[in-house]
Ligand binder design. Structure first.
Ligand SMILES: Nc1ncnc2c1ncn2[C@@H]1O[C@H](COP(=O)(O)OP(=O)(O)OP(=O)(O)O)[C@@H](O)[C@H]1O
Ligand SMILES: [Mg+2]
Length: 321
């Protein structure tokens, strides 16, 4: 049986930064938004950050994206798209302090390719932006210490997700000392702090995604300790009576063609539910709690469907809101 979601989710929402990753197409963006919706419902000022230039969130709310600028999606829920190019410009400008110098050095045709060649820089600056957002002071929000209660990072898929998490360490090794080193050290301190940053792995209840999640978990190294939960996304909620397998022969004996069709559907449901149970059991062996999210069966996950996913994450209390 799936774990009751409440406690694991409460622990998640106590963090400052949630990094949501998993294989391509498993539902990272949907889960990031569902977490955002839940946090916002609880009165937390929440920012969902897309990464690596992805910019799909606003469209799901029927809004035009502000890109690198923050867009409000709903009360207490905001999003932005962290584009590496914009983050690099912001980062280097701050390091160099003067726009003129930045333009002289980095807008220069000869220098620009060198910036792209710095290993991990694109990933580091995106986390650098997260670091800045985490510390951002509220402008004009009376009585608040921080601009954001929670940052949900819709991180890139699998391998790229890992290289993003390890980018600060990579830069520290590359530079050894100096302002770039110190900045990378500060970013690493946030991302590697289990009290402030948690990782959410998203998977699907099928064999291949489960084995890819298992492999991803194995590759996380020290970050494994920060995996706060694995979300088993798009789970079929329907159930057959436990007596179905033993009753089936008798049902089939007396069934007409329509009855046989119904039994074929029931068999398919049973296979899917068994596969899901198997997937959940495999994921549970990794260690972190496994949370089910239902298959909401809609072509696009907009506010209504995301509300349902947030209900499921939050447990009964939210569902009966
Ligand atoms: N719980 C769910 N129920 C039904 N459909 C879902 C669910 N979660 C995700 N989907 C659908 O699956 C598809 C992929 O979801 P999503 O965009 O969230 O995945 P992703 O991991 O962010 O993908 P990418 O790797 O391309 O960024 C979308 O069409 C989405 O509507
Ligand atoms: Mg996505």
């Amino acid at each position: 049986m799936p774990l009751p979601p409440g406690s694991a989710v409460d622990a998640l929402l106590a963090r400052r930064v949630l990094v949501v990753t998993g294989k391509g197409g498993v539902g990272k963006t949907s889960v990031s938004l569902a977490l955002g919706v839940l946090a916002a419902r609880r009165g937390m000022r929440t920012l969902v950050c897309e990464t690596s230039g992805a910019d799909n969130v606003c469209g799901r709310f029927g809004l035009t994206s502000g890109g690198y600028a923050v867009t409000q999606l709903a009360p207490d829920l905001y999003s932005m798209s962290i584009r590496p190019e914009a983050a690099i410009e912001e980062y280097l400008l701050r390091m160099l302090r003067f726009r003129k110098l930045y333009e002289m050095v980095f807008r220069n045709r000869v220098m620009a390719p060198f910036i792209d060649a710095v290993p991990g820089l694109h990933d580091l600056v995106q986390l650098g932006k997260v670091f800045d957002l985490e510390r951002e002071r509220p402008a004009g929000l009376v009585g608040r210490r921080r601009a954001w209660d929670l940052l949900v990072i819709d991180a890139p898929a699998t391998g790229h997700g890992i290289s993003m998490l390890t980018a600060p360490r990579g830069m520290m090794r590359l530079t050894r000392a100096g302002p770039f080193h110190d900045n990378a050290r500060d970013v690493a301190a946030l991302i590697e702090d289990p009290a402030r940053t948690a990782i959410v792995l998203v998977s699907l209840p099928e064999e291949l995604p489960v084995s890819e999640t298992t492999e991803l978990y194995g590759r996380l190294g020290n970050f494994q300790a920060q995996v706060a939960c694995v979300v088993l996304n798009a789970v079929e909620a329907g159930r057959l009576p436990p007596t179905y397998p033993s009753l089936r022969p008798a049902l089939a004996a007396g069934a007409n063609p329509a009855g046989m069709d119904a039994l074929a559907l029931a068999d398919a449901l049973l296979r899917r539910v068994n596969a899901q149970d198997h997937a959940r059991a495999s994921l549970a062996r990794l260690g972190p709690p496994v949370l089910d999210l239902p298959d909401v069966d809609a072509p696009v996950l907009g506010p209504t469907q995301l509300d349902r996913l947030a209900d499921a994450l939050g447990g009964e209390a939210e569902a009966t809101r």
